[in-house]
Design a protein around this ligand. Structure first.
Ligand SMILES: [Zn+2]
Length: 270
């Protein structure tokens, strides 16, 4: 083990233990969610179509300032994509406005960018979007603390299976990158999730035949979706998985006072 990976493990432990917003999945698992960050158009046109073909839906974390731009993950979303994916039953989440790393700025600047990003997405989409993903997967103690009252959930890129206890300020998620040579890894995560009756969240970016280093091929994505369905897990958006666990959505950030999530005593899927 290298010094760097040891330090990474220590950092993850500290960040996982502080400023938690604990909730319980109850007996709701196994559940699997597929999410896309930034997000590139191929995540919707290709990834979304694969999900829809299996009768399931995904969560798209959009950084509003990236709209109509292009990056190494390809052409990024257009405003029409937001409406179109919502009509099909997918979920929109936010991802800051400028795709900002919380390691690069103060907690207050980060929080403002998170708020601006969420407000912009909510304005364009016309509905509340209170699930969030940390850009670059960067999390700091200060950012974790500062975001907690305002968002329903904050998704990290810390790997693992969520549940039975989950941290709404730091949902665990696993990359789905590359081609079919990565199918064993996806398959074993899905099997572990089924065994533990947990909540497995995947994240990726572009879905195309020659993906970026942060995306996957349609074949790998199709394999993971089919395996998740076959495992007997319910494949749900992040928001629907939280609702299944009896977690009420927070109010919109537009002028209304932030409200803590309430978990009812017995999740409805018991
Ligand atoms: Zn991102």
């Amino acid at each position: 083990m290298t010094i760097r990976s040891t330090l990474g493990g220590v950092r993850r432990k500290v960040l996982s233990s502080l400023h938690r917003r604990p909730a319980s999945l109850g007996n709701c698992g196994p559940m699997v969610s597929f999410s896309f960050d930034d997000f590139p158009r191929s995540a919707y046109t290709v990834g979304g179509a694969i999900l829809e073909a299996s009768g399931v839906r995904g969560t798209y974390y959009a950084a509003a300032g990236l709209m109509n731009e292009s990056s190494e993950v390809g052409e990024l979303f257009h405003s029409d994509d937001l409406h179109s994916l919502l009509e099909k039953g997918h979920e929109l989440g936010s991802h800051t406005f400028t795709h900002l790393s919380c390691r690069a700025v103060s907690a207050s600047v980060f929080r403002e960018d998170v708020k601006k990003g969420r407000n912009a997405i909510e304005k364009m989409a016309g509905i509340p979007c209170s699930n969030f993903a940390y850009p670059f997967g960067h999390v700091t103690v200060a950012s974790k603390k500062s975001l907690q009252p305002e968002l329903t959930s904050c998704r990290s890129i810390f790997p693992g299976v969520n549940g039975p206890g989950i941290d709404l300020n730091l949902l665990l998620a696993n990359s789905l990158y590359g081609d079919l040579d990565q199918s064993k890894r996806a398959e074993s995560l899905i099997a572990e999730n089924a065994r533990r009756r947990g909540w497995l969240i995947f994240y990726t970016h572009d879905v195309r035949p020659t993906p970026s280093d942060y995306g996957c091929t349609p074949e790998l994505f199709e394999f993971a979706v089919a395996s998740a369905v076959k495992s007997g897990a319910r494949v749900l958006t992040v928001g629907k998985a939280l609702t299944a666990a009896g977690l009420e959505l927070a109010t919109s950030g537009n002028g209304t006072p932030p409200r803590r999530l309430e978990q009812i005593a017995s999740p409805p899927c018991n």
